[in-house]
Design a protein around this ligand. Structure first.
Ligand code: SP5
Ligand code: ZN
Length: 345
C-alpha cells in the first residue's frame, strides 16, 4: 500500500489548548505521526510515495475561499497584532452564535478567528497552514491511488481533519482531509463514495460538508455527543437532508463501550455502506478509541485494531485511509498500523 507521509506535519506545533479554564499542553502533537511512521518502517508495511501538489481548485471544492484565505494569512496577522505573539499560539476568544451574522467579515483578526472556528482547543501556529495544506495533499494522493486501481492507500498526516467544516476549524482540525479525498474520488469519476469515520469523536465537519448530498455517504461510530465532544452533532436521528436524505448514519455509543459492542456498530455501518452501493471508502482513521487514550472513553485494545482492518477489508471496497485522532502517543503507532496490517491479510 502506498503511504503519503506529510513531512511538514511538525510545522504545526500547538503548545496549549483551553481546558477547564486553563491552558493545558496540547494532546495533538507531532510525535503522534512519528510513532506511526516508526511502526510502518519496523513492520516494513507500505511504500512511501511522493506527495502530489494540491491546487486551490480541489481545496475550494470542500472549503470556502474566504476561509482558505484566512487560514493562509492567519499567522502573519496574529504576529502583526503584537510581535510577542510570535511566541504564543493563536486561539479564538469570541464566537458568533445563532443570532449573530455570518455573512460579515470583520476587520478585527480575533473576530475573524471566532467566525471561522468553534472551540478554543485548536491552536493555530506558525506552520499550521503549511502542515495542513501538505496534509490535504497527502489525502489527495490516496484518492489518486484508488482512482489508479489500488486497493488501499494511507495518508499519514496531521493536523487531523474530520472536525473541520466548509468554513471552520476546531477539534485540532483545519482542512478536512477525508472530505478532500472523498471529493477527489467523486471528481475522478466515481459516482458513489462513502466515508467511514472510526475516530472516537463524531466527524461533525465531514458530516456537515456532505449532509445534503446524495453522492457521498457518511457513517460514524463514536462517543455519544450527549456527553462527548463535539456535543452539538453526531446524534442518531441525523440521517441527511435534501438529496442526502438517508446518506448519513450516526451510531453513538456510551463511554466505556468495549470492542465487542463497538465492532457490532462498525458491522452495521459497513452493511449500510454496502447496501447503499458505495464504490470506494475513505476511512477517517482515528485510534482514540484505544483503552488508554487520555481524552476518550472506549475500551479497544491494540490487538482489536487488526480485526478492524479485517472488517474493513471484508467489504471488498478500495479504501483510502486518512489518519485522524489518537492521543496515547506511542500506542497510536501500533494501533493505526494494526488496522493497515489487518486490512492486508
Ligand atoms: C481529531 C480529534 O480527535 N479531535 C478531538 C478534539 C477533542 N477536543 C476536546 C478535548 C477535550 C479534552 N478533555 C480532556 C480530558 C482529560 N481527562
Ligand atoms: Zn478524535
Amino acid at each position: 500500500m502506498q503511504v503519503f507521509y506529510n513531512d511538514r506535519q511538525a510545522a504545526h506545533h500547538g503548545k496549549h489548548e483551553m481546558f477547564r479554564g486553563e491552558l493545558v499542553p496540547c494532546f495533538e502533537v507531532p510525535a503522534r505521526v512519528e510513532h506511526v511512521l516508526a511502526e510502518l518502517k519496523s513492520r516494513k508495511l507500505g511504500e512511501f510515495a511522493p506527495v502530489p501538489e494540491i491546487g486551490d481548485a480541489l481545496l475550494q471544492r470542500v472549503h470556502a475561499p474566504r476561509y482558505l484565505r484566512f487560514l493562509e494569512g492567519a499567522w502573519d496577522e496574529w504576529v502583526a497584532l503584537d510581535p510577542k505573539n510570535a511566541q504564543r499560539d493563536a486561539l479564538p476568544s469570541y464566537w458568533p452564535i445563532r443570532t449573530f451574522r455570518h455573512d460579515v467579515l470583520p476587520e478585527s483578526f480575533p473576530a475573524r478567528m471566532g467566525l471561522f472556528s468553534y472551540d478554543a482547543g485548536s491552536p493555530l501556529t506558525s506552520g499550521t497552514w503549511t502542515a495542513a495544506r501538505q496534509g490535504a495533499a497527502c489525502a489527495w494522493g490516496t484518492a489518486q491511488r484508488l482512482l489508479a486501481g489500488d486497493r488501499a492507500a494511507f495518508a499519514l498526516t496531521r493536523p487531523p481533519g474530520h472536525h473541520a467544516g466548509h468554513d471552520f476549524f476546531g477539534g485540532y482540525c483545519f482542512l478536512n482531509n477525508a472530505a478532500i479525498a472523498a471529493q477527489a474520488l467523486r471528481d475522478g469519476g466515481l459516482q458513489k463514495v462513502a466515508v467511514m469515520d472510526v475516530d472516537y469523536h463524531h466527524g461533525n465537519g465531514t458530516q456537515a460538508i456532505f449532509y445534503e448530498r446524495g453522492d457521498v455517504f457518511f457513517a460514524s461510530v463514536h462517543g455519544d455527543p450527549r456527553t462527548e465532544y463535539p456535543y452539538y452533532l453526531g446524534y442518531a436521528d441525523e440521517r441527511g437532508a435534501c438529496a442526502g436524505e438517508g446518506a448519513n448514519l450516526n451510531l453513538p455509543l456510551p463511554r466505556g463501550t468495549d470492542f465487542v459492542t463497538w465492532r457490532g456498530a462498525l458491522a452495521k455501518a459497513l452493511e449500510a455502506i454496502r447496501a447503499w452501493g458505495a464504490q470506494a471508502m475513505v476511512v477517517s482513521l482515528g485510534v482514540d478509541t484505544f483503552e488508554d487514550d487520555p481524552i476518550s472513553g472506549f475500551r479497544l485494545r491494540s490487538g482489536d485494531y487488526l480485526r478492524v482492518g479485517e472488517d474493513l477489508a471484508a467489504t471488498g471496497l478500495p479504501c483510502a485511509f486518512v489518519f485522524e485522532g489518537g492521543y496515547a502517543v506511542a500506542a497510536a503507532g501500533v494501533n493505526a498500523v494494526n488496522v493497515l496490517d489487518g486490512f492486508r491479510q
